[in-house]
Design a protein around this ligand. Sequence first.
Ligand SMILES: Nc1ncnc2c1ncn2[C@@H]1O[C@H](COP(=O)(O)OP(=O)(O)OP(=O)(O)O)[C@@H](O)[C@H]1O
Length: 278
Amino acid sequence: MLEAQGLIRDYPGKGRLLRKATPVRALKGVDLVLRQGRTLSVVGESGCGKSTLARILTLIDPATDGTLLIDGKAVDIARFRPSAELRRKVRIVFQNPYGSLNPRQKVGDALAEELLLNTGLGAAERRARIGEMLERVGLSGAHAGRYPHMFSGGQRQRIAIARALMVNPRILILDEPVSALDLSVQAKVLNLLADLQRDFDLSYIFISHDLSVVRRISDEVMVMQAGEVVERGSRNAVFGDPQHPYTRQLLAATPSTDTGAIRARLARRAALRAARGA
Ligand SMILES: Nc1ncnc2c1ncn2[C@@H]1O[C@H](COP(=O)(O)OP(=O)(O)OP(=O)(O)O)[C@@H](O)[C@H]1O
């Protein structure tokens, strides 16, 4: 489905006076395999290279080196002229839908713009597709005539998801898609993403620093630190039996939302209190 090998990305460094700039190596040889209909999460702290990876996989930015295969076909990441067909296959949803939606553009126009990648549709077909997609994400066709500021944060993220789905992609790169939302809204958007994945047989790369969300939605997890993958495996393996000290550190820093664990902790505290009182 989507496979990357040895992805390297250098950014030009900032030189001072006569000193030559040393490039910043944001990705130091990243490998990944995303299987059909699955969710692979990429976790790590700020600056570890998650967004750089997202932009390469979505064919927004080139890589400095490495191989990228989409549906078994190699993408020329050195020359970097992805075809419209390739760009249709992989779409992205960003963290901040208010930033990624143009405030002066009606929602319907933002969605229609995506269809420029898909030249075959006439005006009536485009309108129908926009209405259908807005309904599919829990909004309505009537919303097409409104502007982004007329929606809540959760609704705006639904619009961003609808926009990403307009051209029937096979893969969505979800770059912190619920991080800017309240917890209750997060849950609804995550449920929507799960429904869409099942109905459209989508594969997701889910980029997040929030391990409680990652635990909920992933099939596989890969942990990145300073441009390198330090651990990868099934969700149960990474969360249940982490091997790398950095993964253990990330997990220790995450408050558990697992009700079983919370109940056990409360029971331990009650037992301690009872023992002290005795
Ligand atoms: N355009 C750029 N020019 C120079 N360096 C960059 C550029 N973009 C990112 N970097 C550097 O590359 C490294 C990886 O950044 P990246 O944004 O991919 O990390 P991240 O894990 O997504 O962080 P965050 O969660 O804060 O977005 C960082 O050291 C960052 O400073």
